[in-house]
Design a protein around this ligand. Structure first.
Ligand SMILES: [Cu+2]
Length: 138
């Protein structure tokens, strides 16, 4: 079938109109769908807050020098070095057979996330193993 000039022009302008309507419809539907799904979505979940145990490094060593922590529970140890009169500028502890060594910049809280699998006493120290303290896992 052969179109003459005006038929072709009319056909293509109708086609363009139909495409525009479809596009508008699609965009409208899409935005409605998006609004619906964002309403239905639950609020973004925050990372699980773990119990924090604050340990200071003073010129007397780790304070408190024994901290009771729960077994098999994710916790966060927060070390804050409060003095330069100490050699404990790093802390070394072993959690589940894995050695963790962290630098302790003066006045900066350093977080160590840990889960202690079994109950018991666990000692940790500065990197020279001179200043020692314990965790009681229970
Ligand atoms: Cu030391």
């Amino acid at each position: 079938m052969q179109f003459c000039g005006w038929q072709r022009a009319a056909f293509s302008s109708i086609l363009a109109l139909v495409m525009k309507v479809l596009l508008v419809l699609a965009v409208t539907l899409a935005s409605v769908a998006c609004n619906k799904s964002s309403e239905a979505k639950p609020a973004p979940t925050k990372p699980v807050a773990t119990t924090r145990f604050e340990i200071a490094v003073t010129d007397e060593g780790f304070k408190p020098d024994d901290v009771k922590v729960p077994a098999a529970t994710p916790i966060t140890l927060v070390f804050t070095r409060k003095t330069d009169q100490t050699c404990a500028k790093e802390v070394v502890l072993t959690v589940g057979g894995k050695k963790i060594q962290k630098a302790l910049p003066l006045g900066t809280p350093v977080e160590i996330a840990a889960t202690f699998p079994t109950a018991g006493k666990l000692s940790y120290a500065c990197s020279m193993d001179m200043i020692k303290a314990t965790l009681t896992v229970q």
